[in-house]
Write a protein that binds this ligand. Structure first.
Ligand code: NI
Length: 266
């Protein structure tokens, strides 16, 4: 089972670094050339049955993951769940889905026109979690989505791929605090997401997180190519609960700000 999980995340990582070269560099930097344990990998989708959270999750449940937490992001109109594997060195997976029906008719029409282009069985295909964008999109529709939901625009442009990977600071050999990690990154020239402060959360909520601002990459729209935010890299330090085990959940107020790592730089 673990070999299947490792293979899946290898494929997802390769697709991710192809448009997030900074993550590959940071992986080398923090891991000192060696391996890095991932705290979690995050996904975005629409709550339309063909591609919803449950479709993404089915690929994880099939390889030993279980559902462990639910979250609501009212302002961003998102519902999320997180999944954990019995092997604690395998990444947790955080999947959110956009509540499409809460948007304007114009936005709903665009989103449905994208999902309608996909084959009916796409959610069941083995490579769904790294299938990328399998719909055509115009730059006009991208900009219409962007005006109402950065999340929707990102998903429309990039499709099914990891939105971010997250380094587990607890498992790094050369670092034990998030401040030191952030300083190393900034010294190497990387830009961090400052929305809600550089470090989201604290020891009290058992989870500290920071992230880079997304790289940018060229996207092919129907009418032209445009350079837009791609993916980012996150860093997480977890603290133990009263029973001595590390907290494994997520903190909604922190995640809410992490989502903004794909906002276009001001
Ligand atoms: Ni995350």
């Amino acid at each position: 089972m673990t070999a299947k999980v490792t293979k899946l995340f290898d494929n997802i990582w390769q697709q991710y670094i192809a448009i997030t070269p900074s993550a590959d560099k940071i992986h080398q930097l923090l891991g000192n050339g060696g391996d890095v344990i991932n705290d979690h990998v995050a996904y975005r989708t629409f709550n339309i049955e063909k591609v919803n959270l449950e479709k993404l999750a089915s690929h994880l449940l099939a390889i030993g993951y279980t559902e462990c937490g639910q979250y609501d992001f009212a302002a961003k109109k998102l519902t999320a769940k997180h999944f954990e594997h019995s092997n604690k060195t395998m990444p947790k997976v955080f999947i959110s889905e956009l509540r499409v029906e809460e948007f304007s008719t114009e936005i709903q029409t665009i989103i449905h026109s994208l999902v309608n282009q996909l084959p009916e069985n796409i959610g069941f295909q083995d490579d769904f979690l790294y299938s990328g964008r399998c719909w055509k999109l115009s730059s006009t529709d991208y900009n219409t989505l962007l005006a109402e939901s950065e999340y929707a625009a990102w998903l429309a442009a990039w499709g099914y791929r990891a939105n971010h990977f997250t380094v587990s600071i607890n498992h790094l050999d050369n670092y034990d605090c998030i401040v030191a990690v952030n300083n190393s990154l900034k010294n190497a020239g990387h830009v961090l997401n400052n929305s809600g402060g550089e470090i989201k959360g604290d020891k009290r909520v058992k989870l500290e997180q920071s992230s880079t601002l997304a790289d940018t990459a060229l996207v092919e729209f129907n009418d032209k190519q445009v350079e837009i935010p791609s993916c980012f890299y996150e860093f997480a330090k977890r603290y133990p609960l009263a029973d001595g085990e590390l907290y494994t959940g997520f903190v909604a107020s922190s995640a809410d700000k992490i989502f903004e790592s794909t906002n276009a730089a001001a």
